[in-house]
Design a protein around this ligand. Structure first.
Ligand code: DGL
Length: 265
């Protein structure tokens, strides 16, 4: 019996679950190790040098400990910095998560797109290069949110988060250039994997309807392409869930669907 592939999904916190949820649908047969670097959360508040110095050796330790067949860096704040370092240093395949600027700009009808990420992601040279290369004539507003990842983390852990707190973070995404609805933002890139955790509320609190672009399904397709066809077997062991703080985490029942119904071990 061929052994099932092990996929390690990494994020600063619980945001990577929005990516893992899609990968589990594409590869229900794989074994999953989910690692939340909560000891260093939020990445959006750290400098570029600090993130590289933290993530590159940590991923090496995780590869040694879990021997994954593939690693997904399910974090824009890290992926926009560390992918080349990881590929240089380690031999296994890596898949990153970077702002979906190209598909968003291709889809926008008003040609006004906002990129909602952490303060770190919107400052990155990598993100600016994506806009230079793929804006396709769109005006792209970069919106760095200091708090939304922490609010998403709190909400998933069962802590009350008010509409006002969320509205304040997303307000700058909605740019109206005139009374004409053809010259206002119609597409928002979810450039932080934490944000789709709040999607229902983002949709409800938006001042007008927009397309919210979540790259998770595209990332899952990339993982499936790299690993080849799924086997008919299912890994019944449940996903492993690791928090770098070592703190016992108060996970609510809300996280179970992210593991394809397989309760974390
Ligand atoms: N989930 C991470 C991302 O996609 C960032 C959250 C944080 O600031 O740690 O960017």
């Amino acid at each position: 019996m061929a052994s099932l592939p092990t996929i390690l999904v990494f994020d600063s916190g619980l945001g990577g679950l929005t990516v893992m949820r899609e990968i589990v649908k594409a590869r229900p047969d794989a074994h999953y190790v989910y690692v939340a670097d909560d000891a260093f959360f939020p990445y959006g508040h750290h400098s570029e040098d600090q993130i590289i110095a933290r993530v590159v050796p940590l991923i090496g330790d995780l590869i040694d400990a879990h021997s994954p067949d593939l690693v997904v860096i399910a974090c824009n704040t890290a992926s926009t910095l560390v992918m080349s370092h990881l590929r240089e240093r380690y031999e296994i395949p890596f898949v990153g998560t970077v702002p979906a600027i190209k598909p968003a700009c291709a889809r926008s009808k008003t040609k006004h797109v906002s990129v909602l990420g952490t303060k770190g992601t919107v400052k990155r040279e990598y993100t600016k290069a994506l806009i230079r290369d793929f804006a396709q004539g769109c005006e792209v507003a970069l919106v760095g949110s200091a708090e939304l990842a922490s609010l998403a983390e709190a909400a998933l852990s069962g802590i009350a988060v008010t509409d006002l707190e969320i509205s304040a973070e997303i307000a700058p995404c909605f740019v109206r250039h005139s009374a004409d609805p053809r010259v206002r933002t119609d597409t928002v890139v979810l450039a932080c994997t934490h944000f789709p955790l709040l999607l229902d509320r983002l949709v409800r609190l938006a001042p007008w309807p927009v397309d919210w672009i979540d790259p998770a399904p595209a990332i899952a397709r990339r993982v499936a392409d790299l690993l080849g066809p799924a086997s008919r077997q299912i890994d019944h062991d449940g996903a492993e869930m690791i928090f770098t703080s070592g703190r016992p985490h108060k996970l609510t029942r809300a996280v179970i669907p992210f593991f394809g119904g397989r309760v974390p071990a």
